[in-house]
Design a protein around this ligand. Structure first.
Ligand SMILES: NC(=O)c1ccc[n+]([C@@H]2O[C@H](COP(=O)([O-])OP(=O)(O)OC[C@H]3O[C@@H](n4cnc5c(N)ncnc54)[C@H](OP(=O)(O)O)[C@@H]3O)[C@@H](O)[C@H]2O)c1
Length: 197
């Protein structure tokens, strides 16, 4: 099994890549890897798939959004978050369909802010909600038995710089998030939003 991990150099992506190495060949990409990709640029996504070639699974661990008060956020900051976390991941699926073998899968990334908001989290909430709805919709019409799921965790134990912004939230170990990607990719489920609360 050949698995593409997008955002493999990040906190979640590095755990996901390591967990998936037990199950197949992992190709990790981000803006700073040998085969690079900028998910904000559709041409870059297409070029990355061309270089990687056919895969059996795509694991997306990306998504950058502004954390700012709703009274300060600009139109462009909302748009930038949508372009990165929403359209970046939609494009990984839309273009990626051609590169994922029959019966293969996409696993996308959202987070707790889709359902349990914090101040300054409205761009993240918007983006997460969009991707979770996209997951349900795409699952019923992806061709060739392709599957799609999304992992939606609480704040991570390891993401210490975020902890003060998430008081009382139940922190999730990165290993649990990584195991959920393994379940999504190695299992048979589709249209799932795995809520790791
Ligand atoms: N950390 C948490 O507690 C937590 C909890 C729930 C959900 N999440 C979500 O999980 C996702 C990843 O979080 P993280 O904490 O792992 O972030 P992170 O450590 O900052 O990692 C982000 C990864 O994405 C890559 N990346 C950034 N911009 C990119 C772009 N434009 N094109 C391609 N790759 C890009 C980065 O590598 P380069 O810089 O080399 O491109 C890196 O590999 C985010 O959507 C976040 O909202 C995180």
């Amino acid at each position: 099994m050949k698995i593409l991990v997008v955002g493999s150099t990040g906190l979640i992506g590095s755990y996901v890549a390591k967990a998936l190495e037990k199950h197949g060949e992992v190709v990790g990409v981000s803006r700073s890897t040998a085969i690079s990709v900028d998910v904000k640029d559709p041409a870059s996504i297409k070029a990355m798939y061309e270089k990687v070639g056919k895969v059996d699974a795509v694991a997306s661990c990306i998504g950058k959004v502004a954390f700012k008060s709703i009274t300060e956020l600009t139109y462009d900051e909302y748009l930038a978050g949508l372009k990165d976390k929403v359209m970046g991941q939609v494009e990984l699926v839309r273009v990626g369909m051609e590169y994922v073998n029959d019966g293969g899968s996409f696993t996308l990334m959202t987070g707790i802010l889709a359902r349990d908001p914090i101040p300054a989290g409205s761009v993240a909430a918007l983006a997460n909600g969009a991707i979770e709805s996209f997951t349900l919709a795409a699952a019923i019409e992806l061709p060739r038995n392709l599957r799609i799921n999304t992992v939606s965790p609480n704040v991570l134990v390891e993401a210490t710089s975020y902890h003060s912004a998430f008081p009382g939230f139940h922190q999730v170990p990165a290993s649990v998030v990584a195991d959920t990607y393994v379940k999504s990719i190695m299992g048979k489920q589709t249209g799932q939003v795995y809520k790791l609360d």
